[in-house]
Each structure stands twice: as structure tokens, then as C-alpha cells.
Design a protein around this ligand. Structure first.
Ligand code: PGA
Length: 250
């Protein structure tokens, strides 16, 4: 059985003070939610506030990106895996479509960052997903295959066992257009088949695949009713405590 993971991706929202007040409201609302793992990925500058606020709770904190060198060095503006780990992070999002679209992220750099996360003891949450024109051209599965092949298929089985995959159709992110539960489940099945091809049946049965893209309190139930969907990566609806808690408590 795969335990669901509900992960909030705060993107470039909230200050440290706003982070603290989110946790004050959020923690009591998810205090009795042992059915799933809960993760908040705030901006780097809010990680200390989030880790302090989450102390003693079961809510974990993660980064939204990391640099692929695990050694400190002259890389202005970058943050390393060991730094995230030392700051109290458990996980890190890698290859989010906004990173791919606006910041030059490629399957190759996704792989490098995934290796750095693993080397740092962080759980990588690796994002894949097609753009609207790719879906309309019937290329969804081909795109997922390329992203998988050139990215996380190159890990060892031991490394892969620590990875969470997030299927995030780019056209559904921040647009209010959610994939239907069936569309999402189809893509998850395609991804699981790729995992099976590369790592075998047990790895395919074990890997958690999250859905991301306009997950809201009113559509999470339908998505989670699909056995293929093991949780959600939530942007906008994770910013407000009551909203994200109702997603966690789907
Ligand atoms: P959204 O973002 O929930 O605001 O669509 C999801 C994501 O980008 O991870």
C-alpha cells in the first residue's frame, strides 16, 4: 500500500512571518491526519521559520529546488542539498514545469539535481508533464517517456526507490483547469508502466506518483478516488491553512 503524500508548493509566496502564522492555523487542522504524509515547500528564506513552526508535528518541510553541486562553492544565488538538509528539509521538488519553462531546466539538469538530492539525503519529488500543445497533438505519453528516459530512468534501483514522481500537466498548473481524474490516472498508468520497464514490477507498485495542477478542496476527492493517484502537489490551494488542510483531510 502506498501512503498518500500531500505536498504544498508555495512558489514565490509568503514571508517568514506569514509562514509562522500559516503553521499556527494549519497544524491543529492536520493533527489527526495519519492517513497521509504532509509536506510544505516554502521559498528558501521561509524554511527556517517553517521548520521551527513544524517542530514536534508530523508535517515535513522541503525545498523547491537545489543546485546540483553538493559541495559548497562560488555559485551565486544557488542553494545546495546539504544546506537544505541542514536547515531541516526532508524533501525537495525538482524539475517543476515553471523551472523548465522560465529557468532553462532540462531533463539533464533534472537528473543532476535528483542525484544531488539523493546524495544529500533528501527525497526528490521529480516533476514531469506535457504542455497543452503536446497533449492536443496526442503526444502526452511520448513526452512523459522522454522526460523519464532522459531523467530518472538513469538512477540505480536503490536511488530510484527514494524518488516520488509528480505528474503535472503544464496546462493545468495555476489555470483552474484540472485534469479529470481519468486523464490523470491514464498518465499515471503510463508513468508506472515506464517505471516497470526500467525497474521492475515491485518498483512500479511501490513508487508514489502525485498529481499536480489546480488541485482544490472540491476536486481532491475525485482525484484521490483513483487508485493510481498517490497524493497531490498543490500550488495555489496550499497557501491558505483551511484550504490545504481540507485537501490533506480529503
Ligand atoms: P496549482 O500549482 O495547484 O496552483 O495549479 C501546482 C504546482 O505548480 O505544483
Amino acid at each position: 500500500m502506498r501512503k498518500p503524500l500531500m505536498a504544498g508548493n508555495w512558489k514565490m509566496y509568503k514571508t517568514p512571518a506569514e509562514t509562522a502564522s500559516f503553521f499556527e492555523k494549519f497544524l491543529p487542522l492536520v493533527a489527526n491526519s495519519p492517513h497521509c504524509d504532509v509536506l510544505i515547500c516554502p521559498p528558501f528564506v521561509d524554511i527556517a521559520a517553517a521548520v521551527a513552526a513544524a517542530k514536534g508535528s508530523s508535517v515535513a518541510v522541503g525545498g523547491q529546488n537545489l543546485y546540483w553541486s553538493t559541495k559548497e562553492g562560488a555559485f551565486t544565488g544557488e542553494v545546495s542539498g546539504p544546506m537544505l538538509k541542514a536547515a531541516g528539509c526532508a524533501s525537495v521538488i525538482i524539475g517543476h514545469s515553471e523551472r523548465r519553462q522560465y529557468f532553462g531546466e532540462t531533463d539533464e539538469t533534472v537528473l543532476k539535481r535528483t542525484l544531488a538530492a539523493l546524495e544529500s539525503g533528501l527525497q526528490p519529488i521529480v516533476c514531469v508533464g506535457e504542455r497543452l500543445e503536446e497533449r492536443e497533438a496526442g503526444r502526452t505519453n511520448a513526452v512523459l517517456e522522454t522526460q523519464f528516459r532522459d531523467g530518472i530512468s538513469k538512477l540505480t534501483p536503490e536511488q530510484f526507490a527514494k524518488v516520488v514522481i509528480a505528474y503535472e500537466p503544464v496546462w493545468a498548473i495555476g489555470t483552474g483547469k484540472t485534469a479529470t481524474p481519468e486523464m490523470a490516472a491514464d498518465a499515471h498508468r503510463a508513468l508506472r508502466a515506464l517505471v516497470q520497464g526500467a525497474y521492475g514490477k515491485d518498483a512500479a507498485a511501490a513508487v508514489r506518483i502525485l498529481y499536480g495542477g489546480s488541485v482544490k478542496p472540491d476536486n481532491v476527492k475525485g482525484l484521490m478516488a483513483q487508485p493510481e493517484i498517490d497524493g497531490a502537489l498543490v500550488g495555489g490551494a496550499s497557501l491558505e491553512a483551511v484550504s490545504f488542510a481540507s485537501i490533506v483531510n480529503f
